[in-house]
Design a binder for this molecule. Structure first.
Ligand SMILES: Nc1ncnc2c1ncn2[C@@H]1O[C@H](COP(=O)(O)OP(=O)(O)OP(=O)(O)O)[C@@H](O)[C@H]1O
Ligand SMILES: [Mg+2]
Length: 371
């Protein structure tokens, strides 16, 4: 069992608070992604779980056991970094074998030449070979074992780094942006490989990324960290549909959710004005939660300023009437062609309109108001 529990984790560097009381329970075998903008404290949190950094307050437990004060190697966790951290002078085989040799061979046995003559070494090396070859086969690098990291592609290096973490059979994998050095295509491919690896190993994965699409596509649950606070944690579709905070709504989803100041539409008497909560300050809706109509006086609308044709969808940018605000609406490619500069009306699906108060907290749930 290796569920992870964080209770009130705080961390500051000098005067600057970086983590402001993060509490989070990660289930055994779960794939959890931590997502947030650069500098929000993701790596710091991961390093605290790994034991590479000490928190100022709060507790970490792994598998029901408090690990505060335990050294990284005693925590049964393996960490994979953005920079693969492979040893350039060692072959792929030796890189993967390294954690096993460090753990199983004595100092003398590890010495070159002499080590090989010492009793016990041959047998241990044999089992290490089997385990390294198993991991390498699983990650499709078995044919590269004799090469040095410099002779590998980025994706291959990343797989070797995963292999080195795997042979330790950790109950928790911690990954800090492991794919950010790869090009876009390889990144998408490696995403699928890492989730497949997770299914096969069945252990807990905590995966840090600032790429929301990576976070959404890989995880069982996504935890959104912004400014050192955990704002929301839940399954990807829940964060997308039901963000509790405007910052979460804006973090998740591409193109970004549309946000319009309530005042902007006050005169348009738009969308269910009666159902808006008194404290509502921001109206937000996803690009697919509205349709374009013929322009109608008194209803929201604007002018087409840009068309992004992705083949499968066309994202229409609409500058709202008398305002600097622009919204993006998804349309199907078979809908009638729009041209730039054209006036359009806008009809937002009331059930998918989200309301947020001045502080950015979700309010005035339409379903509840309507019920
Ligand atoms: N050793 C350190 N000393 C001082 N400040 C630090 C140290 N390590 C991190 N910080 C600061 O703490 C904050 C959080 O850093 P962290 O590395 O956790 O961010 P992150 O969310 O991983 O960002 P990124 O997405 O860019 O990797 C940043 O403002 C960073 O500058
Ligand atoms: Mg980081």
């Amino acid at each position: 069992m290796a569920e992870i529990e964080l209770r009130g984790i705080e961390k500051r560097y000098g005067e600057v608070p970086v983590l402001k009381g993060v509490s989070l329970k990660i289930q055994d075998g779960e794939f959890l992604t931590l997502v947030g903008p650069s500098g929000c404290g993701k790596s710091t949190l991961l390093r605290i779980i790994a034991g590479l950094e000490d928190q100022d307050a709060g507790e970490v437990s792994v598998g029901g056991r408090t690990v505060d004060g335990a050294r990284p190697k005693d925590r049964d966790v393996a960490m994979v970094f953005q920079s693969y951290a492979l040893y350039p002078h060692l072959t792929v085989f030796d890189n993967i074998a390294l954690p096993l040799r460090t753990r199983r061979l004595s100092f003398a046995q590890r010495l070159p030449l002499i080590g090989g003559l010492l009793p016990g070494r041959t047998g241990i090396e044999k089992t290490i070979r089997v385990e390294v070859e198993q991991a390498a086969a699983m990650l499709d690098v078995a044919h590269l074992l004799h090469r040095k990291p410099g002779q590998l592609s980025g994706g291959q290096r990343q797989r070797v780094a995963l292999g080195r973490a795997m042979v330790r059979h950790p109950t928790v994998f911690l990954m800090d942006e492991p794919l950010s050095n790869l090009d876009a295509k390889l990144r998408v491919q490696m995403r699928a490989e890492i989730t497949a690896l997770h299914r096969r190993l069945g252990v807990t994965f905590v995966y840090v990324t600032h790429d929301q699409s990576e976070a959404m596509t890989m995880a069982d649950r996504v935890a959104v960290v912004i400014g050192g606070e955990l704002l929301q944690v839940g399954p990807p579709d829940e964060l997308y549909r039901d963000p509790r905070d405007l910052k979460v709504a804006e973090m998740i989803g591409s193109p970004k959710i549309n946000v319009v100041a309530r005042g902007h539409w006050a005169d348009d008497r738009p969308i269910l004005s009666a159902a808006l909560a008194p404290q509502t300050k921001h109206l937000a809706f996803r690009p697919e939660a509205a349709v374009l109509t013929t322009p109608t006086a008194g209803l929201p609308g604007g002018t087409v300023t840009d068309l992004e044709n992705l083949g499968s969808d066309i994202f229409v940018h609409v500058a709202l009437r008398d305002g600097s605000e622009t919204v993006v609406i998804r349309t199907a490619p078979d809908e009638p062609r729009l041209s730039l500069g054209r006036a359009v009306g806008l009809k937002v699906d009331a059930a998918r309109l989200l309301q947020f108060d001045e502080a950015g907290r979700r309010c005035g749930d339409i379903e509840q108001v309507a019920a």
